[in-house]
Design a protein around this ligand. Structure first.
Ligand SMILES: Nc1nc2c(ncn2[C@@H]2O[C@H](COP(=O)(O)OP(=O)(O)OP(=O)(O)O)[C@@H](O)[C@H]2O)c(=O)[nH]1
Length: 354
């Protein structure tokens, strides 16, 4: 029987730097043929677009596959398994498969999907890499008190003090084989080592916690961990028991909860903008006013042939020109907005289009 193809799951909260890390890995793949599967939250396909736009000859467009928008544990049979099978049916099988989960997904259901008979015989989960936004966690912007929450939970089993954010974070940490404290360029030494220590204490025994800036890690560090995670799910914090109201019919295992219901995303479209800097400030203001978790997309700037990529994680907005607009592509501005449920869509839409 041919050896199983190793697959690495890259998980981590919204905006932690998963796409950046993967982009670096593809650009420094050292001859490894890596196929990529992306499961994005929000309907704009920004991550896929950023990766496809990287222009590196080692990452061919047809090596990048996108799963339809949605939670892997709901769409495993209809979407994930067929995508994997398509990939495995190719003549030139990849050396390694990398799967980027949505920033709101739990890694456990995905790892579990590798136990499907069609997949299990041919692929193994080489490792789960959890990317952490070092700056956001240090600032307590989410998962502000994982330890405190844990202590509370231990005191009273009947209480559910968890917010969806800290719950997701805990699940992503519990499933990790390697934790990447990313954005270390924004941390001082004391912050970085405090966070590293805290994460080591929370992770399973022996999990490596490493620092990175812009996800720049050697491919050999990230891949080739040989964890066989699909055989070891129980040790990886089965998702919390938690009721969910995903929809009326409950056709999932009870222990699958559906945090993504607590989040929503929508797209705002507007014509060209005139001033890139002023627009970035406007975006930052809207984010602060409406508690938006993540905003990303592309803008057309009057007089500029290149497309402006906008990326905001919390109130920090990054923007850069990435590539010319394609011939068929409309010169317009499209942004995907992600936040906890209850966003005032009309107000956000108006504020971003003003
Ligand atoms: N300063 C700094 N910024 C970073 C670093 N890594 C990523 N970023 C920026 O953080 C933003 C989000 O990065 P992504 O790689 O898109 O994050 P992601 O986890 O893929 O985001 P989602 O797919 O939305 O969950 C981008 O603006 C990146 O340029 C880092 O190490 N340092």
């Amino acid at each position: 029987m041919p050896a199983k193809i190793p697959a690495t799951v890259v998980t981590g909260f919204l905006g932690a730097g998963k796409t950046t890390l993967i982009r670096h890995m593809l650009a420094h793949a050292e001859g490894k043929r890596i196929a990529l599967i992306i499961n994005e939250f929000g309907d704009l396909g920004v991550d896929g677009d950023i990766l496809k736009g990287c222009g590196d000859e080692t990452c061919r467009e047809d090596d990048i596959m996108e799963l339809s928008n949605g939670c892997i544990c709901c769409t495993v049979a209809d979407d994930f398994i067929p995508t994997m099978e398509k990939l495995l049916a190719r003549e030139d099988a990849p050396d390694h498969i990398v799967i980027e989960t949505s920033g709101l997904a739990l890694p456990q259901p995905l790892v579990q999907a590798f136990n499907w008979p069609e997949i299990r015989t041919r692929v193994t989960v080489d490792g789960v890499v959890t990317v952490v936004d070092g700056k956001a966690v240090s600032e307590g912007r989410f998962a502000h008190s994982v330890a405190a929450v844990d202590a509370q939970r231990k005191l009273d089993e009947n209480l559910d003090h968890e917010t969806p954010l800290s719950e997701l974070f805990e699940d992503q940490i519990a499933c990790a084989d390697m934790i990447v404290v990313n954005k270390s360029d924004l941390l001082d030494e004391a912050e970085a080592s405090a966070l590293t220590g805290k994460l080591k204490a929370e992770a399973r025994a022996g999990v490596q916690v490493i620092r990175a800036a812009m996800g720049a890690l050697p491919v050999d560090v990230l891949l080739g961990q040989g964890a066989g995670a699909e055989d070891d799910l129980d040790a990886r914090g089965a998702p919390h028991h938690h009721h969910h109201d995903h929809d009326d019919e409950d056709d999932h295992d009870d222990h699958h909860h559906h945090d993504h219901d607590d989040f929503e995303s929508f797209t705002v479209t507007r014509p060209e903008i005139t001033d890139a800097k002023a627009f970035a400030e406007q975006v930052a203001q809207v984010i602060r006013a409406h508690d938006i978790l993540r905003l990303k997309g592309f803008a057309a700037v009057t007089g500029k042939p290149l497309r402006l990529t906008l990326q905001a994680v919390g109130p920090r907005v990054d923007s850069y020109f990435d590539r010319p607009f394609g011939g068929e592509e409309p010169r317009e501005t499209r942004l995907v907005v992600i936040g906890q449920s209850g966003l005032d869509r009309a107000a956000i839409d108006a504020a971003l289009r003003s």
